[in-house]
Write a protein that binds this ligand. Structure first.
Ligand code: MGD
Ligand code: MGD
Ligand code: SF4
Ligand code: MO
Length: 874
């Protein structure tokens, strides 16, 4: 793509699916802005989307295939993969091999992977990280609707009079949707928002009511709602003709004695509001899905909408929002072990034979394959002997992650396709295949409201990297299926897929994009965002207002469900419930977002939110370290003492891996409990024990080298020109200079040392040619230096960096809140106080903070609340 040419594509991250305009600079980078024509975002982008340009550099990229650590050519690598898979299948049968794929693949990649495994290898052992993400929703939708259909569209969130968020930190995880709701609420102040989450998150800023529900108790609450709907005479007589199972569901709801942890008054407020507001959308995400009762939670929510007929009409309906950019597309292509392409069912013989004959395939599995957690158990037990992982980092993100890491390491033959060789999973591969990444590859993704958008390449393929679909098709051909995998472009794959969807629709399925199978190559290249269904007669609307469902009887099914406690409540030796999730500026295992210095300035270290009462009782001090232990593993995290979490509950982010903080791998602790129906793991309620970590020294460092010190505790993050690190240990080093040289890999640098033996503090700068290569600040307690200042001084730094703070005339900005303009929390607090700022808008006019992407606006509002009363009191 010529430098300066604008290319329309779709964001690489979340399921909002924002349109992005990338303008390549001709040097491997690109300027990024929001696409005002894209229906998902109309020009808005969040902090992560805006920083995409900072993640494109080739540093650390895997640029050629590798076999057992040595560079290899594609022919050798692909022949080896094809031969080892063929041999394993010949010796042990098709179920001895597996693919673990990802909602971050494009639909075309995903379609080919699924076709190869199910139709040609003849096993259903292809599962996806969507099992950890959307599986409970898929199962709940299929139970209720007969298909995995999202009934609504994004506009419903704006047209609703009540938006209920259940287990969703929308402000941080779907920021542009959050802003759409915020803008709608500002325009129509009568609109109400309820947030149901055990934690008080940034999303609460928009909420009129926050229900800090007990972990796992959502079924109990929505059963209360269903019973009350009936009592209040709010059942829809008209819609009931389209629904089965009302009586049984109502009986189960009335009988449910489950506790919610909420007060009767707040429950009553919520029930009344829901019942009296016809236009209600219930949005839900991982607080619902990632649970041992995830599928029942989904159906408990759907029951309420079905019983009132509030579904598929403007401003009303249940709304599952997807996580990954192509989580939805993966469901459509049948990327889960229990699905076939185009929402066809693996258990249905007619569906199997349709897909088999359409593909002209030699075989088709008759039963579902292994779901993610079972799949890695089978790897551990040696039942799976050849495994191919694409676009995911399961050694860090599956529950019981240390066991998963061990299983992958011990597997006979492991192939990993990724952009990087250094992920926790890639390090375990026998064969590493360099995949093309965002900005380099072409295809389609489907977002949360069924809108299909093109991702378009605007950079050349780096090194010998190839798109995933092309790698998969090559392996298919080398395994002997030349005609079936004879694709020359993603367009050919898409057209085949669109044609199959027409046949699926003829079998009574919802997913139908058959009108797109007439596209030619240039039509595909130019494809504008389009919401499915896309048929000769229908385009993109809502589902189910007409009462026509995809079950055999054509009716929706309400399901009797009963609440049960999360597995997190049962362990006396591990009395805390560990909840896990996301932070605003990082994406999963940080392989991409972690490269953007500006995204590391918000929260640079793994942490544990713990209630002040619990912290007091256990002697855990703010900013000190805390050791967290479960039956499966152990982590050391920074204590963030806050009443955002309730007593007895703690929260940790999921993002840190061995690459950035070896003791921060939170999934090492998470127990592999799964939902009995969906197989989705309970990532949000694991029993753990806590204790203070007895560090005798703490350190903060900046370095130009990438070396990861072998200290008891380390967390590193990229900054301009190098890395910043937090360090700690049980035994203080005897010689700080020697320690620094070894830790940062700088044996020959000159050292400048300022030490205070009495206090036990030391500051060491390692210098080469007058330039600081590393600076370490250490002491017996958490070190108080201006981290932002020190980090900003690394490029071209002089030994004066050791003062650790800016000159008196340059105040310390504090941790960055507004990442677009790089404005720190201290700067904002200072302006609130000195200028008497009273609103987020006023902060914006004074400093610019919050006026670009808006992702920090909820935090600005919280800061205002904290700072303003103090001003009033002064
Ligand atoms: N910044 C950022 N955004 C992302 C991602 C990212 O990595 N970073 N990842 C994307 C992906 S793949 C996904 S799946 C989405 C996830 O998006 P979300 O689901 O919004 O994010 P989480 O932080 O995983 O969890 C949401 C909330 O569920 C709450 N919760 C925990 N247990 C319960 C419970 O029992 N009941 C209820 N009601 N709530 C509970 C948690 O306290 C948490 O605040 O985010 C997407 N967007
Ligand atoms: N404790 C806990 N665990 C969780 C969760 C939680 O809330 N709590 N959430 C779960 C959820 S919802 C999800 S979605 C998962 C996410 O977990 P993962 O999918 O394992 O995490 P990512 O870091 O997104 O991994 C994506 C990998 O794909 C690579 N990659 C990027 N683009 C491409 C490409 O185009 N092709 C190829 N081949 N590779 C590419 C990246 O470099 C990265 O290594 O984590 C799950 N795990
Ligand atoms: S909300 Fe942010 S991360 Fe999600 S698609 Fe839009 S720009 Fe990307
Ligand atoms: Mo996800």
């Amino acid at each position: 793509m010529r430098a300066g040419t604008e290319v329309r594509t779709t964001c690489a991250y979340c399921g909002v699916g924002c349109g992005v305009i990338a303008t390549p600079d001709g040097k491997g980078g690109a300027a990024i802005k929001g696409d005002t024509d894209h229906p998902a975002n109309r020009g808005r982008l969040c902090s992560k989307g805006l920083a995409l340009g900072e993640t494109l550099g080739l540093e650390g990229r895997l640029l050629s295939p590798r076999i057992n650590g040595r560079d290899a050519g594609w022919d050798e690598a692909l022949d080896l993969v094809a031969a080892r898979f063929r041999k394993t299948i010949a010796e042990h049968g098709p179920d001895a091999v597996a693919f673990y794929v990802s909602g971050q693949l494009l639909s075309e990649d995903y379609y080919v992977a699924n076709k190869l495994m199910k139709g040609f290898i003849g096993s259903a052992n292809i599962d996806s990280n969507s099992r950890l993400c959307m599986a409970s929703t898929v199962a709940g939708h299929r139970r209720a609707f007969g298909t995995d259909t999202v009934p609504g569209v994004y506009e419903d969130l704006e047209e609703a009079d009540l938006v209920v968020l259940v287990g969703s930190n929308l402000a941080w995880c779907h920021p542009v949707l959050y802003q759409r709701i915020a803008a709608a609420k500002q325009a129509r102040p009568a609109m109400r928002v309820v947030n149901i989450d055990p934690r008080r998150t940034a999303t609460c800023d928009l909420a009129d009511l926050h229900l800090a529900i007990d972990p796992g108790a959502d079924v109990a609450l929505f059963n209360r709602l269903l019973a009350r709907i009936a009592d209040a005479g709010a059942l829809s007589a008209e819609f009931s003709a389209h629904v089965e199972g009302l009586e049984e569901s109502l009986a189960a709801a009335r009988a449910d004695q489950g506790r919610t942890g909420l007060g009767e008054a707040e429950i009553a407020t919520f029930l009344d509001l829901w019942i009296r507001t016809e236009k209600v959308v219930t949005v839900y995400s991982q607080g619902v899905n990632q649970s041992t009762s995830g599928t029942d939670k989904v159906n408990a929510i759907l029951n309420c909408h079905l019983s009132t007929g509030r579904i598929g009409r403007p401003g009303m309906g249940p709304f599952s929002i997807t996580g990954q950019p192509n989580a939805m597309g993966g469901r459509e292509v049948g990327g889960l072990a229990n699905m076939l392409a185009c929402h066809l069912d693996i258990e249905d013989p007619a569906h199997r034979s349709l897909v088999r004959s359409f593909w002209d395939a030699p075989t088709m599995p008759e039963k579902p394959g292994l779901k993610a957690v079972e799949m890695f158990r089978a790897v551990a037990e040696g039942r799976i002997k050849a495994l191919w992982i694409m676009g995911s980092n399961p050694a860090a993100t599956l529950p019981d992650a240390d066991a998963v890491r061990g299983a992958i390491a011990a597997c006979d033959f492991v192939v990993v396709s990724d952009l990087f060789a250094t992920t926790d999973t890639a390090r375990l591969a026998d064969v590493l295949l360099p995949a093309a990444g965002w900005g380099e590859k072409d295809g389609t993704v489907t977002n949360s409201d069924r809108t299909i958008s093109r991702q378009r390449g605007f950079l050349p393929l780096p090194g010998s990297a190839r798109p995933d679909w092309a790698i998969l098709a090559e392996v298919g051909r080398r395994m002997g299926w030349k005609a079936a995998f004879d694709y020359a472009s993603p367009a050919e794959i898409f057209l085949e897929y669109a044609a199959l969807s027409g046949h699926a629709a003829a079998q009574g399925r919802d997913f139908d994009i058959s009108a797109l199978c007439g596209l030619d190559r240039s039509g595909y290249d130019a494809l504008a965002p389009v919401r499915w269904p896309v048929t000769a007669t229908r385009r993109g609307g809502r589902f189910f207002a007409d009462g026509a469902f995809f079950t055999p009887a054509g009716k929706a099914r309400m399901l009797p469900v009963t609440s049960r406690a999360a597995s997190g409540h049962v362990d006396v030796e591990a009395p805390f419930v560990l909840n896990t999730g996301r932070i605003r500026d990082q994406w999963h295992t940080m392989t991409r977002s972690g490269r953007a210095p500006r995204l590391n300035r918000h929260l640079a270290e793994p942490f544990l939110e713990i209630h002040p009462d619990d912290a007091d009782r256990l002697g855990i001090r703010a900013a000190h370290l805390v050791e967290v232990e479960s039956r499966h593993g152990r982590a050391i995290l920074r204590a963030m003492v806050t009443d955002r979490v309730s007593p007895g509950q703690v929260f940790a982010p999921m993002h840190w891996t061995a690459e950035h903080a070896p003791t921060g791998r939170i999934d090492a602790l998470v127990a592999p409990f799964t939902d009995p129906i969906s197989g989705q793991p309970e990532s949000k309620a694991c029993p753990v024990a806590l204790r203070p970590y007895a560090a005798t020294w703490f350190g903060f460092a900046v370095t130009t080298t990438g070396a990861l010190p072998a200290t008891d505790y380390v967390a590193r993050a990229r900054i301009a020109g190098g890395w910043r690190m937090e360090l700690a240990g049980a035994e203080p080093p005897r010689d700080w200079e020697a320690f620094a040289r070894e830790a940062f890999g700088l044996p020959d640098a000159e050292a400048v040392i300022v030490a205070d033996a009495a206090r036990g503090t030391a500051r060491v700068a390692l210098v080469r040619d007058g330039r600081v290569q590393a600076a370490l600040f250490a002491g017996p307690g958490p070190v108080a230096v201006s981290r932002e200042h020190v980090a900003s001084q690394l490029e071209g730094a002089r030994p004066e960096i050791l003062s650790g703070r800016p000159n008196a005339n340059r105040p310390d900005p504090g941790a960055t809140l507004c990442s677009c303009f790089g404005i720190g929390v201290n700067t904002i607090a200072q302006a609130i106080a000195s200028q008497g700022l009273l609103s987020v808008e006023a902060i914006g006019s004074a400093l610019g903070a919050g006026t670009n992407c808006g992702s920090c606006r909820p935090e600005l509002a919280t800061l205002l609340m904290r700072c303003t009363p103090r001003i009033a009191a002064e």
